[in-house]
Write a new protein. Structure first.
Length: 178
């Protein structure tokens, strides 16, 4: 494995130097060569380990599976500048106000005719309208529905939250009662 990694690094180093080097005596070229040499030495000295148990991936997968249920009650505790103002019982986990069902930007292809008559193309990204037909970013925050279907959005300066599938031992009021 070390030989494969070392061979790959040497190949990439040679390729990168060939692509970007213009003057081998320039300070930038010397700095790049020193950085590549240092990177190669680091990988050889302390190779990248082969993983056997992917704990973070397991946690993310388990997290996704846990929340992939309909009608899962969630306790959402709202904090303003570190003080808990209360909680809601929500229907499922909160969603970021910056999550969308459509892409925020879409590519457009522009045709440019060069002086020699040939065409070249550029791809630009333009903002896409949201489902409601409007443009722009949402403020950072969360949105959710309470267990009785009331929509709630929470965010702004000093706002943070904590949520759990079980009530937490915090002595704060429920903000909406059924």
């Amino acid at each position: 494995m070390k030989k494969v990694v070392l061979g790959f690094l040497v190949f990439v180093s040679i390729f990168m130097v060939g692509c970007f080097e213009t003057d081998p005596n320039s300070g930038a070229s010397q700095a790049q060569a020193a950085a590549e040499s240092n990177s190669n030495t680091a990988v050889i000295s302390i190779p990248i380990p082969e993983m056997e148990y992917f704990q973070e991936r397991r946690t993310v997968a388990k997290w996704a599976l846990f929340w992939d249920k309909p009608n899962l009650p969630t306790y959402v505790y709202l904090f303003v500048y570190g003080n808990c103002i209360g909680y809601y019982v929500a229907d499922g986990k909160p969603a970021s106000t910056r999550s969308y069902l459509v892409p925020e930007v879409v590519p457009t292809r522009m045709n440019i005719v060069n002086n020699n008559g040939s065409n070249s193309y550029t791809v630009d990204m333009i903002q896409s309208p949201d489902l409601d037909g409007t443009y722009g970013d949402n403020n950072p925050g969360i949105r959710f529905f309470t267990s009785n279907g009331i929509p709630v959005e929470f965010g702004g300066s000093g706002a943070s939250y904590l949520y759990s599938s079980s009530p937490l031992p915090l002595n704060v009021p429920e903000l909406i009662r059924e």
